[in-house]
Each structure stands twice: as C-alpha cells, then as structure tokens.
Write a new protein. Structure first.
Lengths: 321, 321
C-alpha cells in the first residue's frame, strides 16, 4: 500500500491530453498494490486507474500483461480494460516509469468470502481459463516448481528461526514434489494470484478480477489449487469444505476437469502451499523492521501444506468428478 | 500517506445503510493524509470521502472541525461538506474510530503554484476568514507562541546534530518573538495549514480548500504569514515577490488589512517559520528510519526564518497598504 512515484500536475495534464478521455478533475494515489503505484484518476467523463510500473515488474513482461487484459476484456471477461491514447498506444511512460491507463472497475473485495462468493469465483476463473486458451501470448511462470529450490536456498539457513524444523520439512516436501509433480496437464494462462483482494463484487455478484501481473502459462488446475488455499480456509486455519465444493463445482459447470486434473489436485495444492510458504518466508526474513509493507505470516501456508498432505483424493475437497 | 484502519466490507455496508446516499460500489484507501485514514467511497449516486480519525486527532476537537466545515460550506466557501446520516448525525464511529462522511471535492493540488494560483489562494483565504467571523466555535491554537518553547526543549539537545549552531539560533529567535509578539490583532478562525496540498484547483480556478484539522482561533494575519512561506518560496529557496504580491493583494481586495496587521506581518512570518521549523525538527529527530512517513526538512524553514529577519516592512513582500 504505497505511492512510490509522484506525478506532477503539469506532467499529468500533458499526459492525459494525449488521450481522448476528457479533462482531469481529480487524481489520488490509492493505497493498494504492493508492486506498483496506482492513481484513481477522474475526468469529467469517467474514472480510471493510472498504473505506474515500479521496478519489481519486469518491463519486458508488460506487453504480455497488457495484451492479456485486452484479450480478456474483448472476451467479455469482467476485468479492467487498457485504454488507448490518441495514437492507439497503451503502454506509455510517465514520471520515468512505464505506465498504462486502465478502466476503473466498480466493486469491492470481500474480507470474509462466503460460499456464494466462492461459487462466483469458480465460475469466473473457469471463464477466464477458457478465454485464455484463445490468447496467443505466453509467459513462463517465474515461481514454478523449478524455482522453488533456488528460492528455498536463500532462506534455508534462517528458516528454523521462524519455526524449529521448518528447513527439514520444506526440504522433504521439495524432494517429494520434484519427483512426483504431474506433467502433461492442460495448460493455459493462469492468473496465479487470485486472492480475495483481486476479486471485486457488487453485492453478491462478481464484478471483475484485477491485477494480472503474476499471470503466466501453467497448468490450469494449479490456479484452482491457489484458490483453494486463498478462499477456503477460515481464519482459525480450518478448511471449509462447503466453500471448496461451491468453488470447484461452479468451476466444473463451466469447464469440467479431466481425470488427470482431478487426480493432480491434492499435489497441486501442496505445491501451491509451498510456493506461497517460500515467498512469504523470504519476505519475512528480508523485510526490514518498520518497512512500509508488513510481511504475511509464512506459517499460515505451512498449515495449509500439512492439511493437503493428508488428502488422498480431490473428492475430499468436495469435488465431484 | 497511509491507511491505518481497515474497514470490513460487511461493516462498511451496514454503516452506509444508515445514510441516504445509495449503494456502495467501491471503496479505496487513499494515500493522502498523514493524520487520518481516508477512503474514497463511491456509491451509485455520488463520490465521498470517508475519514476515520486516528489517535493524533483529539476526539474532543472533532465537533469543532465538523461544525466549522458545515458553517463554511453553508457560507458558500468551497470546501468539503459533512454528510448527515438518516438520523441527522455527522460524527459517527466505525471500526473503533470516530469517523465522518464528507462530500468529495473535485480538483487537484498544484505542485508548482504560479502567481495566478497564489491570487486565487489569497482571495479564498480572505473569504474563509470573513466567513469564520460569523462562526461561533473556538479552538485554542495548540501550536502558538506559548507552545514553541516547550516544543523546542524536546529537541534542543539534539538540534545541533542537524546543523551546527541551530539550538542557539532558535533560542535567540524565541527570546525575540516572546518579547515582541504583537497582541490585539484581529482574530478569527484560521486554517493554519494552508499548504498547496490542501488547496484544490480545476484548471486555473480554485475548487476548494480541504483539511481543517489544524484550524483554530488566532490572528488572521498569521494564516497569511503561513502562506507566504508555503506558497511564495521557490524550490531553490528564493522568495518570489510576484507570487507574494498576487496573493497579498488578492487577499486585500476581499479583506483589507489594518495598519497593525500590515506592520505585524514580518514578525508573524518569522513566527510562522519558527513554528514549522520546530515541528519539523521534532519529527526529523523522532521519526524512526524506514518509517512510513518521510519527515520534511526542517532547514527549509530555517532559511525562510533568516529571510524574514531582513524584512523591515511588509511592503518588501509586495504588499501595498
């Protein structure tokens, strides 16, 4: 939650003049987005989000993200739409940063998702996956299986300072996933960060999905595994099978899972747990005290990982094949 | 620039239901306001600012601030208007904080004010002062002459670590101001924090003044002195008399200064410099490294103070009596 880059008023007005969107009436930095700077920009015609891409986003990935958003919007997936300037350009530069102007998406994210929210999510995720099959861009997942061990090596020596035995437990899980990780599952573009704060609702209805800056090419069922963790556990760490069933079956109603995907889900869920455990562990150990962003608790994902270890079949998540 | 207090969606919806303002469609924390948490709240009818008052604002002062905003809005001063709930209440509670819902004010603050902006400011400040004369609330200035020495005592021993000789220079100035500070000047409600980021413009026209949380009863000309510092110095530290002249004469066109105010202005400007030098010095010495808010440079105000020491008459600011 931060504004990393300030934009001067003259600079902003000159920038907006290159678009056919009316005259700026307000521009406020919003306290969302850890990676980028976001302004809620109002003109006399409409509201927009102006995103300035900060250094954690690789510039060479930006055309992929922008093209994906355009493709999804054109496929009637509820998501922000990049806005073209008078010359037809989307990716621009402002205040020394790459930037893009994006339509404002109405809605709010739910702090405590209910089963009906999870069903809405399942349906929207399946539609997103289907639409992505017709998208010709591709991006390697930079946080997939092969990346976990190098990431772990950076935290290994300090891991037990967070919890005794953690390094050994991660090591064993890595060994297992590296030998058993399923291959040949249906691939496509996954969102890869479908946490509740990236999914907007108006009332009970999903109004859109934002923040495509982790999107990449990977097994579609891996996106579902990420959502099992992000949406279906309660604050006390218990797994809510009603929510999982609602999400999974709403997904299947749009895009039925193959037998291979069904069988892979428990291991995918372990992988998804380990991926967030590792990035959170790294951030936990490397975020200076008093920093602007408070790191998330890595142990939350250790608890999820342990839960999934005991799952023998995806039917235990409430999934009917 | 921070969101200190998170508001849950259910809690927010229940809160907004107690107002007749439509249905919430979006609510984003905005990265403005060092003291409070501010959300830009959108409903299907209008935009609002939802302010949650954090601990640096004294609860007992809140009715004064709210009543002042109501009075100014009713007096056709361009400022945010507090919104009443269905029971006619303005000051409410949300997420354990006192809070108020306030109309959204269009406009942007100017990073580099020009003389025409300064003239707009002068006129609006004079109108604000005149309107405040009909307001029956009062609030003691908690950062006036009598408060400067106790504030200085908290930084005195470390002051020379910021600049050699600083403690002595402040001490001498304090001695002088304590003996020469003018009494009996016309009083009223002053804004007391009229920095460019609190004054919105649409194009060249002032659209409103925000952030009344330092407003207090004091000499009206002291507000002008604060603005001389905040608006009329260039980034290189030079004083721009064209801007000062524009501001002062636009002010006078609405509310002419008395001879006593004219004579007092140079000393008021020294006092205004010392006040911000002292608060900035305190923050500079007491803000932990890596804190969310970067402290302002106190020495900027030392330079202003030294400038005003050489002023013998307000006519040197471009002011015609």
């Amino acid at each position: 939650m931060a504004v990393y880059t300030e934009v001067g008023d003259d600079e902003l007005n000159a920038f907006i003049d290159t678009y056919d969107i009316g005259r700026v009436t307000s521009c406020k930095g919003i306290a969302e987005g850890v990676e980028n700077t976001n302004y809620l920009l109002k003109t006399d015609r409409n509201d927009f989000i102006l995103t300035l891409y900060e250094k954690r986003v690789d510039r060479k990935d930006l055309p992929f993200f922008i093209n994906l958003m355009e493709h999804l919007a054109a496929s009637n997936i509820a998501c922000p739409t990049p806005v073209k300037d008078r010359k037809g350009r989307i990716l621009r530069e402002l205040a020394g940063r790459p930037c893009a102007l994006i339509s404002f998406l109405q809605g709010m994210w739910v702090r405590r998702p209910r089963p009906d929210h999870c069903a809405e999510l399942g349906k929207a995720m399946a539609n997103l996956h289907l639409a992505s099959l017709k998208f010709d861009g591709a991006r390697v997942n930079s946080l997939s299986l092969k990346d976990w061990r190098p990431l772990f090596e950076q935290s290994k020596l300090q891991a037990d300072s967070v919890q005794a035995g953690l390094a050994d437990e991660i090591e064993q899980e890595l060994n297992r996933l590296e030998t058993q990780w399923p291959q040949g599952l249906p691939q496509g573009i996954i969102h890869a960060d479908l946490f509740p704060n990236n999914v907007f609702f108006i009332g009970d209805k999903l109004s859109g999905i934002i923040d495509y800056y982790f999107a990449c090419t990977d097994a579609l069922v891996y996106d579902i595994a990420i959502c099992l963790n992000a949406w279906c556990f309660e604050h006390d760490g218990s797994f809510n099978i009603t929510k999982a069933r609602a999400m999974l079956n709403a997904y299947q109603a749009v895009r039925p899972l193959s037998k291979a995907e069904f069988d892979a889900l428990p291991l995918m869920a372990r992988g998804a747990s380990l991926r967030f455990l590792l990035t959170r562990l790294y951030d936990w150990l490397n975020t200076p005290a008093g920093a602007m962003v408070k790191p998330h608790d890595p142990l939350e994902y250790l608890r999820y990982l342990r839960f999934h270890k005991h799952i023998e079949s995806a039917s235990e998540y409430g999934l009917d094949l």
